[in-house]
Design a protein around this ligand. Structure first.
Ligand code: GDP
Ligand code: MG
Length: 677
């Protein structure tokens, strides 16, 4: 409390600035916010007061303030009678949350100079002060032409320019200031009531003499000012009485219960304590630059500045809170209850902002609040998006796991499996997405949801394709199982109905396989085109199964074996299936010829697939390029049904004949040997 903070250091400095040398301000003025903080005033909200003293030089103003408020303003050195430096000095009251301003150098009329400073300090003081102490000697009262009258006229004029408004509609008569006359060296001969009557009358006279703008012509002094009075005995002659009176006067500044308590709410200029420093700086800049002092503008500037500062502070806390979850979200973790956390941080930030900022200009406050909320939303929107992305990934992974698991069960309906897994995955995603979507933020999760839907579809399609492939493979196996044996059997007993038998089986087996595939595929929601592709694959593979088996059965060795077996059956066994024993009287040659020719007649049956019933002719599938290359003969319409070429038929015929001849020779020998026995 030992500190006095001068708003500016000296009259010299002020004069320099006052001539408009630019915004250069004395360095010490810039320290005001720091001083206010040191004095413990910053967090007072509106619970602080401002009082300033005006009056002629050397009328004991500083002495009075020091006694009243326990301040430490410079007092003129009695011995040297030296003037104290000019300026506005500030000091906190030791007895209450009041800021005391000692305006040194007012009333320049005494020396006919510096009315400019008087005007400036009046402007500055009225813009922030609740109580203006006008300090004057008793003997100055009634001297209407005296120095104080000039000073008060300036105060009134300045007040009108500040609070009168530029036109009637803007008139703000609510901003009132209390003028407290402190009459010094009150002897007591004239009662205080007489003195106050004189002063009041003088004030009214000054007010009437002001040249007011038209819209303020009818205003009265009491619209803007309340007048109050106090008298103090001579400090040097009656030191004890003086002290007593000062202590009593002090109570008017500290004791709210007193009816003459001076700091009435109506006088408060409603500048929040944490904005006083900035506000006073702004006012002083305007005043020094001789600019029109527009208080509403100053208050808006102040509000903008302070709201920004407060927003920055709460944003810092907010950012620190959100930092903790940034890493896990970036690492792909779904942070449980992230929306709740964000809501909590937002609540804290806005509540803290509201406490401090709502005291300022309401339009600015509302605007800055919205901006703050928007900024906070924007600053955590990466968390929101990250959480969505992670929820999307988790939902897709869950979907894969669910489908894979379900497809392992013995019987399942694929479409049902996919529908249920899709629903579960979407629900899981939506639960997280909704939780982390902050009301009022411009956030939406629909886009991410549609990306998830796309993913699920791709995964389901892939899984369905895999399943379809499995079905086709199963069908192919079934075809093989059912086709190979009947074909082998039919071709080992060649007959004219052989191909009709083979192809009937082929048709039935194929039909059954296709039917089985289609009935299974129904639950897969396959498209007609997909089904057509699958069936085509199945048909191609069945055709190859048949064709391979037929190639096997019509290989040289197999054909020869088949022929020989057929021949032997005819030649070596009688019609009852009993082995023949040739006797000399038997027509060995005739029997041989019959068996050989009958057997040879079977050979052409193997040449081509040729049923009697043309309906049974297999439709050779149109192969895809790879298959066509791999086995062109099987698909070429010219060769697809050909199994044994004419050349091969000839060679088979002669090879068979040789074998038959050998059998004949053997039979002949056995007959000869039985005769010779
Ligand atoms: P300021 O210039 O108005 O701030 O006056 P100061 O407080 O510096 O005091 C100026 C002179 O008046 C000093 O010498 C004080 O001792 C003296 N002084 C202070 N209070 C009183 C008082 O109540 N009566 C008289 N007669 N002199 C006083
Ligand atoms: Mg002084």
């Amino acid at each position: 409390m030992q500190l006095s903070s001068p708003l500016h250091t000296s009259g010299k400095a002020l004069r320099r600035d006052g001539r408009g040398a630019g915004p250069s301000l004395t360095p010490r003025r810039k320290e005001l916010p720091a001083y206010l903080s040191k004095w413990g005033l910053l967090d007072k909200g509106f619970a602080y007061d401002v009082v300033a003293v005006f009056g002629s030089q050397s009328t004991g103003k500083s002495t009075l303030l020091n006694r009243l408020f326990g301040t430490t303003f410079d007092v003129m050195d009695e011995a040297k009678r030296q003037q104290t430096t000019k300026g506005i000095w500030m000091c906190p009251s030791a007895y209450s949350s009041a800021l005391v301003m000692d305006v040194e150098g007012t009333d320049g009329r005494e020396r006919g100079e510096d009315q400019d400073f008087e005007r400036k300090s009046a402007l500055f003081s009225l813009a922030s002060t609740e109580v203006l102490i006008v300090n004057l000697w008793e003997h100055q009262i009634g001297l209407y032409q005296g120095a104080n009258m000039g000073l008060l006229k300036t105060v009134f004029e300045v007040n009108l320019s500040l609070f009168g408004g530029s036109d009637a509609s803007k008139a703000k008569s609510k901003d009132k200031t209390l003028i407290l006359f402190v009459i010094r060296d009150h002897v007591g001969a004239t009662p205080l009531s007489n003195l106050t009557a004189t002063l009041t009358a003088d004030m009214e006279k000054i007010w009437a003499s002001l040249s007011k703008p038209p819209h303020l012509a009818d205003t009265r002094l009491t619209d803007y000012f309340d007048l109050s009075f106090a008298a103090l005995p001579h400090k040097i002659l009656l030191p004890e009485k003086f002290e007593e009176a000062v202590v009593d006067l002090r109570k008017r500044f500290t004791d709210r219960t007193r009816p003459d308590y001076v700091f009435q709410p109506a006088y408060h200029k409603r500048i929040p304590a944490d904005g006083v420093g900035f506000y006073m700086e702004g006012i002083w800049d305007q005043v020094v630059a001789n600019k029109d002092l527009d208080l509403p503008t100053q208050q808006e500037l102040l509000a903008q500045f302070r709201c920004d500062e407060i927003a920055a502070t709460v944003s810092e806390v907010f950012a620190a809170s959100s930092k903790a979850v940034r890493k896990p979200v970036e690492a792909g973790t779904i942070v449980e209850g992230l929306g709740g956390l964000i809501r909590e941080w937002l609540k804290t930030a806005t509540a803290n902002f509201d406490v401090a900022a709502s005291r300022y200009h309401s339009g600015v406050y509302q605007r800055k609040r919205q901006a703050l909320v928007d900024n906070l939303h924007a600053s955590v929107s990466p968390l929101f998006l990250g959480q969505l992305k992670n929820a999307h990934k988790a939902a897709a992974a869950g979907f894969i796991a669910d489908v894979t698991q379900a497809l392992k069960t013995p019987s399942y309906d694929f479409a049902e499996v996919v529908t249920r897994a899709t629903k579960d995955a979407r629900e899981r995603f939506l639960e997280t997405a909704k939780e982390v979507t902050i009301e009022g933020a411009d956030w939406e999760y629909e886009h991410e949801l549609s990306l998830l839907d796309d993913d699920l579809k791709v995964i389901a399609d892939k899984s369905r394709a895999d399943e379809t492939k499995k079905l086709v493979n199963n069908a192919e196996r079934a075809v093989k199982r059912q086709l190979l044996e009947p074909v082998e059997l039919a071709l080992s007993k060649p007959s004219t109905t052989m191909w009709d038998n083979v192809l009937t089986t082929y048709r039935d087996v194929n039909g059954a396989a296709e039917k089985a595939y289609l009935s299974k595929a129904k639950s897969y929601n396959c498209t007609d085109e997909e089904n057509a592709v699958a069936l085509h694959t199945l048909r191609t593979r069945s055709w190859l199964v048949l064709r391979k088996k037929l190639e096997e059965q019509t290989a040289d060795a197999t054909v020869l074996l088949t022929l020989r077996e057929n021949f032997e059956e005819r030649f070596r066994y009688d019609d009852n299936g009993v082995p023949r024993v040739w006797k000399p009287e038997d027509d060995l040659e005739g029997a041989f010829k019959k068996a050989r020719d009958e057997t040879l007649a079977l050979l052409p049956l193997f040449a081509t697939i040729k049923p009697k019933d043309d309906e049974l002719l297999p439709v050779v599938p149109e192969p895809d390029a790879a298959e066509a290359e791999h086995d062109s003969a099987a698909f070429d319409p010219d060769t697809a049904l050909v199994l044994v070429t004419p050349t091969r038929l000839n060679s088979l015929e002669s090879r068979f004949k040789r074998e038959a001849d050998a059998a004949f020779v053997e039979a002949k020998r056995s007959m000869v040997s039985s005769v010779s026995q």
